[in-house]
Design a protein around this ligand. Structure first.
Ligand SMILES: CC(C)(COP(=O)(O)OP(=O)(O)OC[C@H]1O[C@@H](n2cnc3c(N)ncnc32)[C@H](O)[C@@H]1OP(=O)(O)O)[C@@H](O)C(=O)NCCC(=O)NCCS
Length: 232
């Protein structure tokens, strides 16, 4: 269904100072990093590139391109894409997510599919998040989950963000147009260690209808919820 890489900040000592390490960035990326002023943004941006480049190299066969030959860039919408030196745009769509300590990148196995990936920390959150961004059904799920409420909020929020990224829209769409049910039907291609979610995309989504083809799966890893959505 998809391939993914999760990297940890502890693997990259220079991250704490927001610096790239020799041979890591392409010259285009060097110019982008130079324009990022704030340390948390620089760290996250670098973590996302670290995950994406490792994934591209893993999928590039026996003679992978050097890290600096891979540019992980963004379209005007914010959607990421990959340029490989001497070859042009990489044929697979890619999705990126980062929190302060981890970076996630995922690509679909089918290059014609769409993908969205998101990672969220399981932690107490402002109740306004549920009030403003969740459907009433999702809010009920949170209330009825008792001590597991923080994880349930992270799972629902992560699923919404993964689907928003798959649609290429980010938070431009009303998040209540994406309805998450925690218990999805099992399906054959569901990767081992991941669990299905049932997600419905409302008709107001200004993108191709994806609900029928949409597969969304999640897993917990080191106090984080990872979600990947694939369609097509
Ligand atoms: C996309 C969005 C949901 C990401 O949520 P987040 O939890 O803050 O951050 P995450 O770490 O999970 O994801 C960030 C990554 O999402 C990707 N992304 C951004 N916009 C995207 C979009 N429209 N579609 C798909 N992916 C997108 C990028 O790869 C970004 O990482 P990068 O900037 O380092 O390349 C959120 O930032 C958003 O909706 N923003 C509004 C749209 C926007 O402002 N886009 C930027 C225009 S330049």
């Amino acid at each position: 269904m998809f391939r993914y890489v999760l990297v940890r900040a502890s693997e990259y000592p220079l991250l704490d100072s927001g610096q790239a390490w020799p041979g890591f960035l392409s010259s285009r990326e060097d110019a982008i990093l130079a324009g990022l002023q704030f340390l948390p943004r620089r760290r996250k941006w670098l973590l996302g590139r670290a995950a994406a480049k490792r994934l591209v190299r893993q999928l590039s066969g026996p003679q992978p391109v050097a890290e600096a030959g891979i540019s992980v860039l963004n379209r005007p919408s914010g959607e990421p894409f990959v340029l490989v030196e001497g070859r042009g745009e990489w044929e697979f769509p890619i999705s990126i997510s980062h929190r302060s300590e981890v970076g996630l990148a995922a690509v679909p196995e089918d290059r014609g599919a769409r993908i969205g990936a998101d990672i969220e920390t399981v932690e107490p959150r402002d109740p306004a998040l549920v009030r403003q961004f969740f459907t009433s059904g999702e809010a009920e799920l949170v209330v009825s989950s008792g001590e597991a409420a923080d994880e349930v909020v992270a799972r629902i929020w992560s699923a919404k963000e993964a689907v928003l990224k798959l649609l290429g829209l980010g938070l431009r769409l009303d998040t209540r147009g994406i309805a998450v049910n925690l218990h999805g039907e099992p399906f054959l291609e569901c990767p081992a260690g991941w669990q299905p979610l049932a997600v419905k995309v409302g008709v107001e989504a200004p993108a191709p209808p994806v609900s029928r083809l949409l597969r969304v799966v999640w897993r917990c890893e080191a106090n984080h919820v990872l979600t990947v959505a694939v369609a097509g």
